[in-house]
Design a protein around this ligand. Structure first.
Ligand code: C5P
Length: 230
């Protein structure tokens, strides 16, 4: 089994804050996640800062639109330096297929990742939208749809790793947030696992934010997570 990679989430408002975090965390961490909070304010500057330091970027913008628009948005994301990009599986098979078709040849190493069910949604919230089944059933259904449409993997909670690996196979990449090292604050996360547990289960990437970015010694906190993955 290949090693689990750590992605640190840069959930801050400015490139200056993001850069200070990256410098404090140090050279051991390769992957960073830029989400809507930072990208909406600072755009491409956030990616340029990370590329200038030789980092890899997961641009977590969760696109959801008509097929051509998502395909072109992903193309733009890859052209400004993203190495991993995501979109909602609920955008449908045509949206995913078109995105892979438009970008796959030009960026063969890019990871095109689907979001299944937001972890904030329970069965009631899904039913309200007319989506049948409990969250686990919907995750499995959406993950299979993403895979058969050409996506390279999905974002899922640690508790769904077995389910998705069984449904979609070992080569389908799993990006897993909701990670908490032993002894760190749970914050608002509900379904958590330690880095070692998620790694043992087969997470390909874990996404860790506050346990590292809010730590007194950020380099030490990141090193502790990496040691759990070694
Ligand atoms: O600080 P923390 O480790 O909780 O950050 C987790 C990161 O992963 C945040 O950027 C959050 O938005 C993201 N995420 C998540 N749960 C999901 C999808 C994304 O926590 N289901």
């Amino acid at each position: 089994m290949s090693k689990t990679e750590l992605i640190v989430a840069l959930d801050v408002n400015s490139v200056a804050q993001a850069e200070a975090l990256v410098d404090e965390i140090g050279p051991e961490v390769l992957w960073y996640k830029i989400g809507k909070q930072l990208f909406t304010r600072e755009g491409v500057g956030a990616l340029e800062m990370l590329k200038g330091k030789g980092k890899k970027i997961f641009l977590d913008l969760k696109f959801h639109d008509i097929p051509n628009t998502v395909a072109q948005a992903v193309k733009s994301a890859l052209s400004i330096g993203a190495d991993m990009v995501n979109f909602h599986a609920s955008g449908g098979s045509e949206m995913i297929r078109k995105t892979v078709e438009v970008n796959g040849a030009e960026h063969p190493d890019a990871l095109l990742i689907a979001v299944t069910v937001l972890t904030s949604m329970d069965q009631e919230a899904l039913a309200e939208l007319g989506v049948a089944g409990n969250p686990a059933e919907v995750v499995e259904r959406f993950a299979k749809l993403a895979k058969s449409s050409g996506a390279h993997g999905v974002v899922c909670s640690a508790l769904e790793i077995d389910l998705v690996k069984n449904a979609c196979g070992q080569d389908f990449k799993l990006i897993v947030p909701g990670i908490r090292p032993v002894g760190s604050s749970v914050d608002d996360q509900k379904r958590i696992m330690t880095p070692a547990q998620a790694s043992e289960k087969g997470a390909d990437y874990i996404v860790v934010g506050r346990p590292i970015t809010k730590a007194e010694d950020k380099q030490k906190a990141a090193a502790a997570v990496l040691a759990e993955l070694a």
